[in-house]
Design a protein around this ligand. Sequence first.
Ligand code: PAF
Length: 284
Amino acid sequence: MFIFKSPDLLHARISNRKKEGQTIGFVPTMGALHQGHLSLIERAKAENDTVVCSIFVNPKQFDDKLDLVNYPNPIQKDIAMLQSLGVDIMFNPEADQMYGEDYDNTDLDLQGLDLIHEGKQRPGHFQGVAKVVRRFFEIVEPNKAYFGQKDFQQSVVVGHLIKLFDMQTELVVCSIVREPHGLAMSSRNERLSDVKRLKAAFIYKSLLKFKERCFFKPLPEAIETTLKYLHSIDDATVEYFVCVDGETMQQVNDLSESKYVAVVTVVRYDNVRLLDNMVLKDER
Ligand code: PAF
């Protein structure tokens, strides 16, 4: 596996591979790799000639500086994992290589996608995500880029970004990978004790129940019942639990309002923010 820190050198290497007719699959990560990342990499490997995986803890997307300082960074373990998976190229730049002196930090037109739901809870977060993904796509110019459905709103933002800049990259959104008891895989799960990690399966269970319920009860009623359950769990606070159109992220109050509806939620459990979601219907 080749490890690049310099965007220019990486870009030159990839351009050569593309000239040889190779396709490039790209998996962006912030490290602390888990099974969820591995499933993205495996899919990228199956669908491309060369797989590039980035490990970059992007300072621009952290609204909470403490979260940035505490973000896990087990780089040696991550390198070993990428090597064992047969990743061709790892990109591990420094912040000043991604955002040099000539970097234009102007906010991007995300059509308000950055201001609702997760974006409302974390001001500036999706601007930071969009900016780093745009930089990555300029450097790597991937044929396909792989994102996890766990960060549902993030994948909608990336889809918008691709359209906004008419980029030639296909967005591939991969299903959520869950721990055996149901908690969606996330680097942040490490912050839970073993017991709480098991107990946190209540989020997935509540989504499954909600999915059953929402087809025979009006949505607001189904949401109320689920919220009652979530509020009854010790040490849990619901930040949001909302049904959205899966393309625009606009809230829907009835399943008939859209062909593609998902429920997205964040539950803070033992002070750890846990994101999850479930597609309720997809008739596109
Ligand atoms: O999902 C993530 O890990 C990050 O938001 C991403 C896409 C790597 C951008 O920093």
